[in-house]
Design a binder for this molecule. Structure first.
Ligand code: PLP
Length: 227
């Protein structure tokens, strides 16, 4: 989809490049399927061999989720997105993909409470050390970096303290040490207030229960927003 489209248009249409051909449904259909059929055995074999792109299994790809992923990527100005079951799962997967036992990452303790506990308890049990800064300046982050530091993590606007990191200065530190900067942009309102990727972040995670959902419901994304 064209990059010239405004944020409001992307909010409504990004990712839904074609309407569903059989019904011409305006809304994105909810594909409540685990599995997909193949045209013939060769088609199935090619899909599983990754010789041809297409739907194989819903944990890996689902056409409804695909629209959501493309839409979030468009709103954030990213190349691609991955939707998972919760914000906590998103940040776990983003960091677990980068870090392994013996590594550490640097962050602040002024984080969303669930995130703080995930970092302090769950990552520790995996042998990943989380280093919490003393203050919020770039120097506070830099002071904790060593050769085993594999990521810097921060929230665009901290929940619940509304602490605002010195974003570009911290992004410069990430660049200086060639460390990925992972940002929880939940309070950046899905790219409406702030797009971390345009200011030096490498990976963005968000919870869809806040501004993306917006209705305080547990529905996942669908035609009227979320289901
Ligand atoms: C709510 C929230 C989360 C957690 O998201 P869940 O979808 O509840 O797992 C993470 N980060 C921030 C900043 C939040 O506000």
């Amino acid at each position: 989809m064209s990059n010239n489209l405004k944020f409001e248009t992307l909010q409504l249409h990004a990712g839904q490049e074609e309407v569903e051909a059989t019904t011409r449904s305006r809304a994105v259909p909810i594909y409540q399927t685990t599995s997909y059929t193949f045209k013939d055995s060769e088609h199935g074999a090619n899909l599983f061999a990754l010789k041809e792109f297409g739907n194989i299994y819903t944990r890996i790809m689902n056409p409804t989720t695909d629209v959501f992923e493309k839409r979030v990527a468009a709103l954030e100005g990213g190349v691609a997105a991955l939707a998972v079951g919760s914000g906590q799962a998103a940040q776990f997967i983003a960091l677990n993909n980068i870090l392994t036992v013996g590594d550490n990452f640097v962050t602040t303790s002024n984080l969303y409470g669930g995130t703080y506990n995930q970092f302090k308890v769950a990552f520790k049990r995996l042998g990943i050390e989380v280093r919490f800064t003393e203050g919020e300046t770039a120097a506070d982050y830099e002071n904790l970096i060593d050769k085993n530091t594999k990521a810097i993590y921060l929230e665009t606007i901290g929940n619940p303290r509304f602490n605002i990191p010195d974003f570009e200065a911290i992004a410069d530190i990430a660049k200086k040490y060639d460390i990925p900067l992972v940002v929880d942009n939940t309070f950046g309102a899905a790219g409406y207030l702030f797009r971390p990727l345009e200011h030096g972040a490498h990976v963005v995670v968000q919870s869809a229960t806040k501004w993306i959902g917006g209705h305080g419901t547990s529905y996942r994304w669908c035609d009227r927003g979320w289901r």
